[in-house]
Design a binder for this molecule. Sequence first.
Ligand code: C5P
Length: 221
Amino acid sequence: FGKGLLKGKKIIVSAGGTQEAIDPVRYISNRSSGRMGYAIARAAAMEDADVTLVSCTTALPVPSGVKIEYVRDARELCRAMNSHFDDCDAAIMAAAVSDYRPKVQATQKIKKESHDVLNIELTQNPDILYGLGQKKKGQFLVGFAAETNDVIEHGKEKLKRKNLDMLVANDVAMPGAGFNVPTNIASLLYKDGTMEQYPKMTKDELGHIIVEKISEGLKQQ
Ligand code: C5P
């Protein structure tokens, strides 16, 4: 790597898990560490791309040469991705977006004395990737699918429904794959119905492969 594969290309990547506020001090989130998205951003920068990383709250250092924009919840992430999308060449949604958020965010900390049972009503978040798929104009769009069963079938369906060019599917139930581990076991599915399965490797290694595939995809568009 480091061959300037993405020179002159603008790439946007999302990473990490959204935090959906319940009240000023609590939130609903997930086990995403942000490592996969950060690895893709780092690999793209090493190939000389102009990279913007839209990051949910993580403990990770900002990769060198990458512009960072922090967001907390799905709606902020949605606004940030949309604001960078129109003039980008490729967009990669590696963030784990919460499907639901509390319908109402309490303005003050919820007190435990007032509740034996606390019900929090949830409402659906926008599907950011679906939205990007509807408005794309020649951009190479990449999504992720984290599943615990029938990974390829679900992945194929998602690729089509969200109008993606490539989907990174992983079985998060397998040891060494998915959330909060430094490795991943992935299959790359493409719009033309082809796919490639990869053995367990580090997220950094997989990041380089994904970036290579994006550069090949951009050449064909
Ligand atoms: O539909 P599902 O959540 O399995 O799809 C996963 C893909 O869609 C990921 O790339 C994720 O970043 C994206 N996504 C999104 N907005 C949502 C949910 C998922 O962009 N609300």
